[in-house]
Design a protein around this ligand. Structure first.
Ligand SMILES: Cc1ncc(COP(=O)(O)O)c(C=O)c1O
Length: 342
């Protein structure tokens, strides 16, 4: 089987404009750093609370649901892996619309779960009929999707949940940069599991913290599958402080949304074809159709973006929305490439 290929991670302090792994360009909330400084030796001597209850209480308050509808994970990748292992076994079939997050097939392969993909519908719409025609046991959907950034309307997800009785995992890693989310569908749909991460919206990719949401009976099944102490004491403490500081996080989301629109418009004006994004990144096709050339040309200038050597993506690069300054550096880098080609 093939493993997952992560994006490049240069050493801390290396001088690059890093727009390749969809990190938030702003630092975590000062309250997170304060919480980490206040950690006592006793907290590390003991095992942590096995279900990260401090975090679950805080997240329950933020989402207006009960804490037994939440499970904490060591990054949302952990939540995705737990969901796959809880609901799908060897020989079952899981379906995705492709392209999407390349970890899903890896998790399926690890569990000897069969997987199949269908192409996205027109305008990146959810191909419900084609997905159901595969007769899967489960469906995974990233919304906003990666690496496209495109968004499926919540009404379409509701339709899927109504027509399909198997488990539907909605991966909302990027949803805080969009406008709507699926939390409101949880009460009514027992077959829905939502995964979230603190890596992007809360500037904590290095911490490794995510969580899953579902009806209490569904979360109880996932709790049986997770590692006994899957979240460490420091991570729980920092993640709790992060979700409780909504004002700080929301400021970063606003800034990223407005920079996303500016970046999309300026790339469009330079002849790039940019997909409409609701995430903290944009997928853009190079005017000359050479995504790899753009990726290498930017890398030579110290600007890292992501290139996927896969059918349908070879003319494109994925650019994480950075600070205004980083985005200006990216735009200048692209201008330099076009000047060289002319
Ligand atoms: C769609 C999607 N889901 C989940 C993740 C993983 O996030 P985490 O850092 O919480 O494991 C990513 C990371 O890039 C992603 O793109």
């Amino acid at each position: 089987m093939s493993g997952y290929t992560p994006g490049e991670q240069p050493a801390i302090g290396e001088r690059v404009v890093k727009l390749n792994t969809n990190e938030n360009p702003f630092p975590p909330s000062p309250k997170v750093m304060q919480a980490v400084h206040e950690i006592e030796a006793e907290m590390l001597r003991r095992y942590p609370n096995p279900t990260a209850d401090g975090f679950r209480e805080a997240a329950a308050k933020v989402h207006g649901i009960s804490m037994d509808m939440i499970m904490a994970g060591n990054g949302s990748d952990d939540v995705l892996s737990i969901a796959m292992r809880t609901f799908l076994g060897p020989g079952d079939l899981v379906a995705f619309a492709a392209p999407t997050y390349s970890l899903y097939p890896v998790l399926a392969d690890l569990g000897e779960v069969k997987w199949a993909t269908v192409p996205w519908g027109p305008e990146w719409g959810l191909p419900i009929d084609a997905l159901l025609a595969l007769k899967p046991k489960g469906i995974f959907l990233a919304n906003p999707n990666a690496p496209t950034g495109t968004f499926v309307a919540i009404s379409k997800i509701k339709e899927l949940l109504t027509r399909f009785s198997g488990m539907v995992l909605i991966d909302e890693a990027y949803v805080d940069f969009a406008v709507e989310n699926c939390v409101g569908l949880l009460q009514e749909h027992q077959n829905l599991v939502i995964s979230r991460t603190l890596s992007k919206a809360y500037s904590l990719a290095g911490l490794r913290f995510g969580y899953g949401m579902g009806q209490a009976s569904v979360i109880a099944e996932m709790m049986k599958v997770k590692d006994s102490y899957n979240c460490d004491a420091i991570a729980v403490c920092a993640a709790t402080a992060a979700v409780l500081d909504q004002d700080y996080a929301k400021q970063t989301w606003e800034h990223i949304r407005s920079e996303r629109e500016r970046l999309s418009a300026e790339l469009g004006a330079m002849g790039w074809n940019v997909l409409p994004s609701r995430a903290n990144f944009v997928l853009a096709a190079a005017p000359d159709g050479d995504g790899k050339g753009a990726y290498l040309g930017l890398k030579a200038q110290g600007i890292l973006v992501r290139y996927f050597d896969k059918p349908g993506l070879q003319d494109k690069i994925r650019i994480t929305v950075g600070t205004s300054q980083e985005n200006n550096a990216l735009l200048a880098g692209i201008r330099a490439l076009s000047a060289k080609a002319a």
